[in-house]
Design a protein around this ligand. Sequence first.
Ligand SMILES: Cc1cc2nc3c(=O)[nH]c(=O)nc-3n(C[C@H](O)[C@H](O)[C@H](O)COP(=O)(O)OP(=O)(O)OC[C@H]3O[C@@H](n4cnc5c(N)ncnc54)[C@H](O)[C@@H]3O)c2cc1C
Length: 288
Amino acid sequence: MQSFNYYEPATVWEAIGLLESLKGNVFSLAGGTDLMRTLKKTGFTDYGVLNLKRIPELGGIEFDGQVMSVGALTTVSTLAAHPEVNRHFPALAQAARALGTPQIRNLATIGGNLGTASPASDLAPALLVYQARLNLLGPDGARVMAINEFFKGPGQTGLAPGEIITRIDLTVPAAGTVGAFLKHGVRKSHEIALVNTAVLLVPLRASAAIAEARIALGAVGPTVFRATQAEEQLAGAEGGPVSFERAARAAQEMTSPISDVRAGNDYRKHMAGVLVKRALLQAWGGTI
Ligand SMILES: Cc1cc2nc3c(=O)[nH]c(=O)nc-3n(C[C@H](O)[C@H](O)[C@H](O)COP(=O)(O)OP(=O)(O)OC[C@H]3O[C@@H](n4cnc5c(N)ncnc54)[C@H](O)[C@@H]3O)c2cc1C
């Protein structure tokens, strides 16, 4: 076992001070499910580990009936089981249940899932359709970043040096809004997505039409992204298999998947369309 420097700050400001003084030569640790694997592969070299887990401000879920503030250290299993997350943000609860195994979900955090900036992240598509706002804190103070500005490339985020995610804010969508998350992998469980999607549909009052649609896709591009062209197809359209098929094709067109040992790019592209249509039907109350 290689020796390394270990830091355990008790407050966010202590953490920010350490991150600033160590000038990037330290990794922030949350659940460690991703970071420990990376460190085992690459070695610690000159890097230290800064454990965020003892910082109370980064924990807990607060809800005032309209805005939910989720601490960055909230575990995936907490999200999956939380009654208000299930009630108001069902696609996020479904995404949390689809992530990894029970052991991983008990350790993995929402902040860590965002921090990895994996194109195949399961929480990110759901957080994109709920238009999450990320509260960031760093040496230059606090700021809020819309989630659609956060992912810059595989493993690349919009975090400035020494900055961490403190909390993730979500606003309850308009009454009647429906949502769903679906994931497709080689196996049915314990699997990183070949493709995943989250959808959200806001119905037009007293009609079968859609006022607004949001569709996000993962694992079929360098980052998780919103399929805006598919969303535009659905705005004002009647919900159902015909419009959902059209939107699914538009979403498919926006993908740029890779080929690897797990699947070819054509298959991922095809499954992106299949999954989007299924998720739209599921959310709208149709069959899947
Ligand atoms: C067996 C296995 C199965 C997995 N299955 C899935 C899966 O199905 N779906 C999926 O999406 N992922 C999966 N993962 C990946 C991983 O578990 C998740 O991404 C998890 O949410 C990471 O959270 P963590 O708290 O463990 O992060 P950590 O490993 O502690 O950190 C990950 C990265 O985020 C940074 N970070 C952590 N917290 C913050 C913060 N507050 N602010 C800024 N940066 C931060 C760290 O510095 C690090 O770079 C799997 C991993 C394993 C080992």
